[in-house]
Design a protein around this ligand. Structure first.
Ligand SMILES: [Zn+2]
Length: 295
């Protein structure tokens, strides 16, 4: 894949629900305008375009665009170099409709994995952009631990593409919350940043404080399934002032990484108890084998 193809693909908008621009800045691009007007204005670029071009030129001169994962110089902003792009293991069909994990082959229509059939999750559907490894893991670490928030735009685009069916059905977006102590330590909730990006692109309302973490929990890695459930049991609540935002709504829960699924399950159970009609889960990454993850 060429650099151009990579960058165009990374910045391409999701297929649906992208708000229409309120104003067409270039009349030549507006099919509703008469052709004579388009012909005249196509010769002289409008002033806003000239200002934007000059601003972009100056920005590129002062801060040349770099790959979001490895910081190698590239042609466009908010994109990956071809090497890092090829290192992202994107998850596409055929998928388990419930867990969002990749299936070995398609039988046509919606399919359920053996894991989902044996133990159905409380959420309706989960989707993730890619597996939590390689360049994707580096990008998530950058966002969470090194304040590399410039990846938010690319993550938002990817999330809207991977979760297009979920977004189509959702009424509200809610992020997985951090504990108060973790929030004070990190100063931001990465899931809330992702939720706001999905809301900005999709036009859906987002309630970043609809879920509250009542206590700090241990990391889920290395715990047995029962220990994972115990670890997050009762760890979430919907504050009374937020009930009206959840009751009778189909909620799209946003997380950064689905590790074991226990956190998403605990959040879902809390939202359903608070009156949500259904919950879908959307994350930028999912751990293919939780037992092998160390960080
Ligand atoms: Zn790179």
């Amino acid at each position: 894949m060429s650099t151009t193809e990579t960058n165009l693909d990374a910045k391409a908008p999701p297929p649906e629900r992208v708000p229409e621009p309120a104003v067409v800045l270039d009349p030549a691009l507006d099919p509703g305008r008469r052709s004579s007007t388009a012909r005249n204005t196509s010769r002289v670029p409008p002033v806003p375009h000239l200002i934007a071009s000059l601003r972009n030129w100056l920005t590129d001169l002062l801060m040349p665009p770099v790959c979001l994962a490895c910081q190698e110089a590239i042609a466009s902003r908010d994109a990956l170099c071809p090497g890092c792009w090829s290192g992202v293991d994107f998850i596409g069909p055929p998928l388990c409709d419930r867990l969002g994990i990749r299936l070995p082959y398609s039988t046509g229509g919606a399919m359920i994995s053996a894991a989902a059939a044996a133990r159905p999750p409380p959420y309706a559907r989960a989707r993730a952009v890619a597996h939590y490894e390689g360049a994707m893991r580096k990008l998530v670490h950058g966002l969470k631990f090194r304040d590399r928030h410039e990846v938010r735009s690319l993550f938002g685009t990817w999330l809207c593409r991977a979760g297009s069916e979920l977004i189509e059905d959702a009424d509200v977006i809610v992020p997985v919350p951090l504990s108060r102590s973790r929030l004070l330590q990190r100063r931001f909730n990465q899931s809330a940043i992702l939720a706001q990006e999905v809301a900005r692109i999709s036009g859906l309302p987002v309630h970043t404080t609809a879920l509250h973490r009542t206590r700090r929990t241990q990391r889920q890695v290395g715990l047995s399934r029962e220990q994972r459930r115990d670890n997050v049991r009762g760890a979430f609540e919907v504050p009374r002032r937020q009930l009206a935002n959840i009751q009778g709504r189909r909620v799209l829960l946003i997380d950064d990484v689905i590790t074991t699924g226990a956190t998403a399950e605990a959040c879902t159970t809390t939202l359903l108890k608070a009156g949500a009609t259904d919950v879908d889960v959307l994350a930028v990454a999912i751990v293919a084998d939780p037992l092998r993850i160390t960080t």
